[in-house]
Write a protein that binds this ligand. Structure first.
Ligand code: GLN
Length: 607
């Protein structure tokens, strides 16, 4: 097993996760099998309890692991399926050491950060790196490890020490350290400043880690004299200094790295020259070019609770993007704060209310994403009602599906106080109820989380078709509440169809309104399994319906080269070389800020 460690310096938010995923993709394109580990030095055992507002979305894995959103980037870029153990946190490591201490595993010794915590970290990495994640048997060739946080953080110290020991232990030729840093440009003189990178490399060396490659974020490509200076002061060969300058969207990063021959530098450090082939990124390149030239917009109203931070819905945005690229539309996400659609806002802030409704009405499709808690529920219900009554394409995910059911119960069945018991435990018409898989009394672990199977009950419904008429589908869940099975007949009699259910037939998984062009809700989160080039079926349905293409959903949307409009290219690797920072511009001409970790709060189309 070979290891690539990616660390970050100077400031956070440099896009370390995207860089690490892109490196993984590039190595995969060289014919290697790649897995990845994300280290989060916080004390939480997992991301499940962390606020999406503070930390971005909670990403869910097949095995029910609730993990950092960076694991989503790895899964999407590398098209792999990770396990909960691929996300290491300080909390998990300490818990395992403390459990062992209680079992008496340390034979009366004083249990210390060095060597007990540091040993536990190394053992964890070695064990998890061997787990196959690409559907093939046996371990991968390379494991990309991303260390969260910035060099110098108190929290990451035990990990740095462990990784320093680890690099020594696996030996040269098996370990490559890539340090992602920032080269700021002072506006007045436009000079690229190397000092912050020098300092951060010095910090890294002081802690026992020696960088093999520097990946410098900057607005433009680094000038030769700047590279020479960095090389001299940081003791890194000039050809091992890469620039991650601003590009139209993150799909360019693997291409940018390839053009700078990052793979050669990495393969050399890992003694893999001759084993790996030249990178084959034809399909990726073709798809990126399609993305770059999209111009006809598809407007999707995202009616959510958090509208200030697009990271809170990162996978949903990615799934919308994958589907939009497949339908050759430029995704425009209209953020509508659910609360702004409510009557109280009409009274308190009429302008805000009007603006929210204008955005909703100006959209080609409506998406109500998942969520917890009752804030904004009424606004989401109004959005679902608007979409249903006006035949606007609608997709409700998890809470979004529950919302659609509540709305139907209230407006169509006339059950005015129908509600989820999550929001009103006393409702006389509980159409969404608490349905734990295990014990009803035990408070912990009541979430139904991870991969579960859905069977299609109605073979010729829209969602079954979108899922290729496969009969069943495995998707990821994260919820406690579900549609009340005792009310299903009543709903079906009134025209709301429960087309997908679990194996018992008791848990409702997919709803559809056959009389509507596209009104679909899923109890699961299809966004977690969407990939560039393999868009999630229900998102594809939404975008196709919103852009008038549902009848002609391309059967072969998985192949970017087939998606290319005539005359644009045939997928040959003729990507423009990135020189002097003059990358291909996106159709809106923007080159700024899009290679962030998603906090741009723009229209979301960059992601
Ligand atoms: N709050 C709802 C439940 O627990 C929906 C959860 C979600 O949207 N992820 O069932």
């Amino acid at each position: 097993m070979k290891y690539v460690l990616v660390t970050g310096g100077v400031v956070s938010g440099l896009g370390k996760g995207v860089t690490a995923s892109s490196i993984g993709l590039l190595l995969k394109a060289c014919g290697l099998r790649v897995t990845s580990i994300k280290i989060d030095p916080y004390l939480n055992t997992d991301a499940g309890t962390m606020s999406p507002f503070e930390h971005g979305e909670v990403f869910v894995l097949d095995d029910g692991g609730e993990v950092d959103l960076d694991l989503g980037n790895y899964e999407r870029f590398l098209d792999i399926k990770l396990t909960r153990d691929n996300n290491i946190t300080t909390g998990k490591i300490y818990q395992s050491v403390l459990d062992n201490e209680r079992k008496g595993d340390y034979l009366g010794k004083t249990v210390q950060v060095v060597p007990h915590i540091t040993d536990a970290i190394q053992k964890w990495i070695e064990r998890v790196a061997l787990i196959p994640v690409d559907g093939k048997e046996g371990p991968a060739d390379v494991c990309v490890i991303e260390l969260g946080g910035t060099i110098g953080d108190i929290e990451s110290m035990p990990f740095i020490e462990a990784l320093g020991q680890f690099s020594y232990h696996v030996g040269p030729g098996n370990f490559c350290l890539i340090h992602v840093s920032l080269v700021p440009v002072l506006n007045v003189v436009g000079e690229q400043k190397t000092k912050p990178t020098q300092h951060s490399v010095r910090g890294l060396r002081g802690l026992g880690l020696i960088p093999n490659i520097l990946a410098c974020r900057s607005t433009k490509a680094l000038e030769d004299n700047v590279k020479a200076k960095l090389s001299q002061f940081c003791h890194v060969a000039v050809e091992n200094i890469l620039t991650l300058y601003d590009v139209p969207n993150i799909w360019h990063i693997p291409l940018l790295l390839r053009d700078q021959k990052a793979h050669e530098a990495i393969l050399k450090e890992l003694n893999l020259i001759g084993v790996a082939r030249e990178p084959d990124l034809q399909e990726w390149t073709a798809r990126t070019r399609v993305y770059d030239i999209l111009h006809e917009p598809v407007r999707i109203a995202m009616v959510g609770k958090y509208t200030g931070l697009s990271d809170s819905y990162l996978s949903v945005l990615k799934a919308l993007l994958h589907a939009s690229v497949a339908c050759r539309r430029k995704l425009v996400v209209e953020w509508v704060a659910a609360g702004d659609l409510e009557d109280v806002t009409a009274k308190e802030a009429p302008d805000v209310y009007k603006n929210a409704w204008d955005l909703l009405k100006g959209s080609d499709g409506v998406l109500v994403p998942g969520g917890f808690g009752d804030r904004g529920v009424q606004g989401k219900i109004l959005a679902a009602k608007y979409a249903r009554e006006n035949k606007v394409p609608f997709l409700g995910v998890c809470l979004g599906m529950q919302i659609a059911v509540i709305e139907f119960a209230r407006s169509v069945l006339g059950l005015h106080d129908a509600n989820s018991t999550e929001f009103d435990p006393e409702t006389s018409h509980p159409c969404v109820i608490f349905m734990p898989e295990g014990s009803k009394t035990h408070m912990g672990g009541t979430m139904r989380v991870g991969s579960r199977r859905t069977y299609f009950k109605v073979p010729n419904c829209k969602s079954a078709k979108l899922y290729n008429n496969d009969g069943f589908v495995d998707e990821r869940h994260r919820h406690r509440y579900e549609v009340n099975p005792n009310m299903v007949q009543q709903f079906e009699n009134a025209g709301l169809s429960f087309v997908g259910r679990d194996e018992t037939g008791q848990r409702m998984e997919i709803i559809e309104l056959p009389s509507h062009p596209y009104f679909v809700g899923a109890q699961f989160h299809p966004e977690f399994k969407s990939r560039p080039g393999k868009p999630s079926a229900l998102f594809l349905g939404l975008i196709a319906a919103a852009s008038g293409q549902l009848d002609a959903v391309p059967q072969n949307y998985g192949h970017a080269s087939k998606l290319l409009p005539n005359g644009i290219g045939n997928g040959k690797p003729t990507v423009k070389t990135y020189q002097n920072g003059n990358a291909i511009k996106s159709s809106n001409g923007s080159l700024n800020g899009v290679y962030s970790n998603g906090n741009d709060n723009g229209n979301g189309a960059h992601h």
